[in-house]
Design a protein around this ligand. Structure first.
Ligand code: PTJ
Length: 260
């Protein structure tokens, strides 16, 4: 039996995993990490996860392997963290940052000082030493980006050559690409602007995909640049996205046939 807000949920409940993930978001919201809108953004993600079959797809492994290779090849990789990511997988973000030697920066759409600090503190509790995006003296602005995501850290996203932007909202992804940065994202929605614009789109629930990225990165940590470049050159993101759309299509068709 699992207990969510004092309500007992039987282990046999078919949606148990999904309910437990929701609970992480709600706990994150109650602890001041997640924006109100983050709860709705999660709902959109859940809907796509449902259509994708709520499991990691085979081709996603290739996107993850490529993401790992790019992160190892990077000069200055940065992981951008928002409220939802901080609530869903903080330990994993810190673990990944250690393996690939990346900086972590808090960057919010619904930007408040209080929430930024709460997110940084919770990441520090998970073992992160330095969290960028908090200090005002190293603050820079990304030009022609209207949202508050324009506020970045000079020593982080501003100078980074590779940025991991999970659960992103579109505008910044395009802008960062225009600045010549390589962008990796986790997004369950293959049709989103972020998915369509990023260099590597990991179409998977970050809760599942981040563990695969950690395990893959552990295995790749001793590979040389030639090996890593070969992986990157063989990857086709358009094909990767198309495979996810096909998966949704197949799942829908299978449902119609089962219904008949
Ligand atoms: O904490 P803040 O202020 O930076 O705000 C964060 C949110 C997520 C609220 C903000 O970035 C936002 O509004 O994002 P969007 O435009 O709703 O986009 C989020 C994308 O992430 C959508 O395409 C969702 O399908 C996707 N998504 C949601 N949950 C997950 C997910 N993708 C992977 N794993 C998830 N668990």
């Amino acid at each position: 039996m699992n207990n969510i807000n004092g309500i007992e949920i039987p282990r046999s409940h078919p949606r148990l995993k999904s309910l437990l993930i929701r609970d992480r978001l709600i706990t994150g919201f109650n602890n001041g990490l997640v924006a109100h809108q983050g709860l709705m953004a999660h709902g959109r993600g859940e809907a796509f996860d449902y259509l994708l079959g709520e499991k990691s797809m085979k081709h996603t492994k290739s996107a993850i392997k490529t993401a790992s290779a790019i992160l190892f090849l990077a000069k200055l990789p940065v992981i951008s963290v928002n409220g939802n990511v901080a609530a869903l997988c903080p330990k994993e973000i810190v673990r990944l940052s250690h393996i690939i030697n990346a900086k972590i920066e808090v960057n919010l759409f619904y930007n408040t000082k209080k929430r930024k600090k709460a997110i940084a503190d919770s990441l520090k509790k998970c073992g992160a030493k330095d969290i960028l995006g908090i200090e005002t003296k190293s603050r820079k602005h990304i030009e022609n980006l209207d949202s508050m995501r324009r506020v970045v850290d000079e020593n982080g996203i501003y100078k980074a050559d590779v940025v991991l932007v999970p659960l992103e909202d579109g505008d910044r992804c395009i802008k960062l690409k225009q600045l010549g940065k390589t962008i990796i994202t986790f997004d369950l929605n293959p049709f989103s602007r972020t998915s369509q614009t990023a260099d590597i789109t990991i179409i998977d629930n970050i809760v599942r995909g981040i563990t695969e990225l950690i395990n893959t990165s552990q295995k790749m940590s001793n590979k040389n640049d030639k090996y890593l470049r070969k992986i990157v050159n063989a990857f086709d993101n358009k094909k990767n996205i198309a495979m996810s759309v096909l998966q949704i299509n197949n799942n829908l068709i299978r449902n119609i046939i089962n219904y008949e």
